[in-house]
Design a protein around this ligand. Structure first.
Ligand code: NDP
Length: 497
């Protein structure tokens, strides 16, 4: 054979017996000196890195983002400086609660994580397929996620603890309704919308700030599994979403999303009925129109899943000049915990791996650490300031200067509308969902709540029913009926006040 390649070990040393171990005589015990046996077995048992605690099962693809709308009045980010600008992107979609081998069609929100390789640096927008989230404070996150995972003793997922937690945290209601609608079981990743979910900031070249929400509308159209179809697909093809994405891209049917933003001025934010930084709320389209910004296209399945998808690291703290964060408490917690998770899961030099690396210049004084690749900045100085290199922090750069107007340390927001967990879920049910969507929603909730068991069953069901009633009486009645709960209208009236 032409261009024959030599079989070597990891150190490049040629060896000859890949399948046969060295033994004492033909039938004797194996010799410890067979270093290739040791090397192969030792590497094999180290093939797994820790799986992500959340979003463990995922699919990824490269693609491009093209700017189609002029938003320079909101942002000075170079990416948005001209219509027609393009940049390479990497997207990773995922389910949230299941382990790496779990079924793709589980009822769950879906991660919608994007990395834009821009000339200002890598910008990560780490969102979901829903515009809201279950909780509005990152301090609650570990406890909430525990309720979505396996019980300590039985090692089983458990609907009792899920509804116990949701019913004790009514801020979850909006997300719970979306999760329980058929959008909780999307038909793969191509047929769902993506949302930045949090409120972000954009800063323009006048150093003016606007608040922004990001939306990615699927151009493939929304398509979902019904409850029964999603359960069936778990058995037929647990990797449905991965296969659907790979097949579509390999066939040249590149999935696309339209990127849109909603913009709120600082003045509007002060007068908005709800807290504009509360991730359990949306901004109504009627009040904050969707502005077209660009097209996202996925067109390349990475050549190696582990190298690119498993080792990809997205962090909401990867924000570029012209795009910034807001005081959203969930976002503020994520600014810390995503980068922290990657340092644990992939290592302190994760940003050097090809999928995570910035393709433009990177200059700083970080050195060493596990798995440092490349020249480790060679013999250039590893301290700043110094008299030897020509790396400079731009002197005339004008950062946006935040004015903080309180010296008061707060834990709770006592504004009444901040605890209005019902109006928006009520609108979703009454005004957005058609009859069929309502019927599916009720059916999905009833079937899910039938999994509530044990001595606290009635307490949990009644507590959650009160939340449904407060969002919409018809919704509450239909779910109560489905669960066979008799409603004492006086008592219900009392409890929803
Ligand atoms: P609009 O009528 O202008 O928009 C309704 C939105 O709801 C559309 O974006 C639609 O997405 C989406 N939608 C439809 N069915 C579902 C579902 N089962 N689960 C989640 N989203 C769904 O209404 P408003 O802007 O006044 O918002 C009303 C309610 O709509 C909100 O309380 C919220 O629950 C929901 N919503 C609002 C969004 C927003 O940013 N304003 C975003 C998503 C949902 P599509 O256009 O793709 O069909």
């Amino acid at each position: 054979m032409e261009n024959k390649k030599k079989l070597t070990n990891a150190a490049g040393i040629p060896y000859y017996y890949h399948e046969d171990s060295q033994t004492v005589g033909h039938r004797g015990p194996v010799l410890l000196q067979d270093f290739m046996l040791q090397e192969n077995l030792a590497h094999f048992v180290r093939e797994r890195i820790p799986e992500r605690v959340v979003h463990a099962k995922g699919s990824g693809a490269y693609g491009k983002f093209t700017v189609t709308g002029d938003i320079r009045k909101y942002t000075r980010a170079k990416l948005f400086s001209k219509i027609g600008n393009e940049c390479r992107i990497f997207a990773r979609f995922s389910s949230v609660a299941g382990e790496k081998g779990s079924a793709d069609t589980e009822r769950d929100p879906r991660g919608f994580a994007l990395k834009f390789y821009t000339e200002d640096g890598n910008w990560d927008l780490v969102g979901n397929n829903t515009p809201v989230f279950f909780i509005k404070d990152a301090k609650k996150f570990p406890d909430f996620i525990h309720t979505q995972k396996r019980l300590p003793r039985t090692n089983l997922k458990d609907h009792t603890v899920m509804w116990d937690y949701w019913s004790l945290n009514p801020e979850s209601l909006h997300q719970v309704l979306i999760l329980m609608s058929d959008r909780g079981t999307p038909y793969g990743y191509r047929h769902m919308n993506g949302y930045g979910s949090h409120t972000f900031a954009m800063i323009n070249d006048q150093n003016e700030r606007s608040w922004v929400k990001f939306h990615f509308k699927t151009q493939q159209g929304i398509k979902n599994f019904t409850l029964e179809e999603s359960i069936e697909m778990k058995g037929v093809n647990p990797d449905f979403s991965q296969e659907d994405l790979v097949n579509a891209i390999d066939k040249g049917e590149f999935p696309k999303w339209t990127m849109q933003i909603q913009v709120m001025t600082e003045e509007q934010a002060k007068n908005f009925r709800w807290n504009p930084f509360d991730v359990t709320k949306i901004w109504p389209h009627e009040d904050f129109e969707l502005i077209d910004v660009g097209i996202l296209e996925l067109n390349e399945i990475p050549i190696n899943y582990f190298a690119h998808v498993e080792q990809s690291t997205f962090a909401p703290s990867n924000l570029i000049d012209g795009i910034s964060f807001s005081p959203d408490k969930m976002l503020q917690g994520r600014l810390f915990s995503y980068a922290d998770a990657h340092r644990y899961r992939v290592g302190v030099n994760a940003h050097q791996l090809p999928v995570n690396a910035c393709p433009y210049e990177v200059n700083n004084y970080q050195r060493d650490g596990y798995m440092r690749m490349g020249a480790n900045s060679g013999d250039s100085p590893n301290y700043y300031p110094n008299s030897f290199d020509n790396i400079e922090a731009e002197q005339d750069y004008k950062p946006f200067e935040e004015e903080l107007n309180s010296a008061h340390v707060a834990y709770f927001n006592r504004n009444e509308d901040d605890n209005d967990h019902y109006t928006q879920p009520g609108i979703l049910y009454a005004k957005v969902m058609d009859d069929e969507q309502k019927t599916h929603l009720v059916h999905n909730i009833v079937e899910h709540m039938k999994g509530i068991k044990g001595e606290k069953k009635d307490l949990i069901i009644n507590r959650q029913l009160c939340h449904f009633f407060r969002a919409n009486i018809d919704l509450g009645i239909r779910i109560a009926k489905g669960l066979g709960v008799t409603i004492d209208s006086n008592q219900m009236q009392h409890s929803i006040q």
